[in-house]
Design a protein around this ligand. Structure first.
Ligand SMILES: [Fe+2]
Ligand SMILES: [Fe+2]
Length: 373
């Protein structure tokens, strides 16, 4: 067994060959790369084992019913044209940008797949972060219901890590390093000792971000495999956010004012990072683009505008519901143009009908195709 300790995430792009993809590596071929983090976690036992929150218990039950299996339920053989763009090209964020337009059609397609691999890699790394935080919530959540729920979420996140890892290896053949701003956000949530800040950071902010990014993919991808994976993952994430919002509401409102303001400021800072600083520039750097000019250009693009709408539409009503849209931070959200979403539906009311409908498994999708014919 080879173990390499690192003090920051690897910076290089990894590529996978046929053997990697076929899962034929021997233990000697695999290198374990570890980056250590420390956390002052304060945990609790709960000796009552009582169910105090019927909604949380119902979400937990639903998680057990909808426990899809990435090995059996995903159609890994769904075909995809690798000589075509991975997403609808008319909304490409760099369309019209001179350095991009100077590329040939083939180069643009190659560029797009690299950019796609970079985005999918952030999904993968983010899911790992979610798995680590969810496992912390098992220890530090204050009630018995929430511990059971967090335990089931931990397994959901493990499946998410599994599907995005497999997708990157099989479909993209490459993996990009984690974006430094995403890593900083996950580090903050993992290393903070306040359990409720972990809940805010993970269940509202990072999960809200994930839902916005997944929603953008579902609307724009041309790859049927990715669409299926993302729809399966979104079903779980919808439950996770519903759990966070419904659980946090009573706790946050009971905090002393200054502590609530601290959380509100944290949530706002996280939103600004997610809005502008999570777009990977690795591929543009690789092609020698002027990175800052390109960043400015894509921030004005249609696809990023779609992402931003989805982001604020998801997060802002949830922050309001749990009491984190305080008078002190409201003007800051207003400056971001985000306040108009404060009364959107968000996830504040659990839509049980949405959460309970049949999963888009391989079997269910095939049955639906037959029915349609
Ligand atoms: Fe997840
Ligand atoms: Fe999640």
């Amino acid at each position: 067994m080879h173990v390499r300790l690192v003090d920051k995430p690897p910076q290089e792009v990894r590529t996978f060959d046929e053997e990697d993809i076929a899962g034929k590596l021997t233990p000697e071929d695999v290198e374990t790369i570890r980056e250590i983090f420390h956390t002052p976690l304060t945990g609790s036992f709960n000796w009552d084992y009582d169910s105090a929150n019927a909604k949380i218990r119902r979400l937990y039950e639903l998680g057990k019913v909808h426990n899809w299996n990435s090995t059996l339920d995903v159609d890994w053989d769904a075909p995809c044209d690798m000589n075509d763009f991975p997403m609808i090209e008319t909304i490409g964020a760099l369309n019209g940008y001179p350095e991009y337009e100077a590329l040939s059609h083939e180069e643009k397609v190659r560029f797009a797949w690299k950019g796609h691999a970079q985005t999918m890699s952030q999904f993968l790394h983010g899911e790992q972060g979610a798995m680590l935080v969810a496992s912390q919530l098992v220890s530090c959540a204050p009630t018995a219901d929430a511990k059971l729920y967090a335990a089931s979420q931990t397994f959901d996140e493990a499946r998410h890590v599994e599907v995005f890892n497999t997708y990157l290896r099989r479909r993209c053949g490459m993996m990009y390093p984690i974006n430094s701003n995403l890593k900083a956000l996950i580090d903050k949530v993992l290393a903070d000792e306040r359990w409720d800040l972990k809940f805010i950071g993970m269940q509202l902010i990072i999960e809200g971000l994930a839902l916005a990014a997944f929603g953008t993919q579902v609307r724009t991808t041309k790859d049927p495999l990715l669409k299926q994976i993302v729809e399966l993952v979104m079903r779980d994430e919808g439950r996770h956010v519903a759990f966070g919002v419904n659980y946090l509401e009573d706790w946050i409102k009971a905090l002393p004012e200054q502590e609530r303001e601290d959380r509100a400021e944290f949530a706002y800072q996280a939103c600004t990072v997610m809005r502008d600083r999570l777009f990977g520039m690795d591929v543009m750097r690789e092609y020698g683009f002027d990175v800052e000019a390109a960043r400015k250009y894509i921030l004005d693009s249609q696809v990023i505008a779609m992402f931003r709408e989805l982001l604020f539409e998801r997060i802002v009503p949830n922050l309001k519901r749990v009491g984190l849209l305080t008078d002190r931070v409201r003007p800051k959200y207003d400056a971001l143009g985000a306040l108009r979403y404060e009364d959107a539906a968000g996830d504040t009311l659990i839509d049980w009908g949405m959460l309970e409908r049949p999963l888009p498994t391989k079997e269910n999708l095939a049955a639906a195709r037959v029915a349609a014919e």
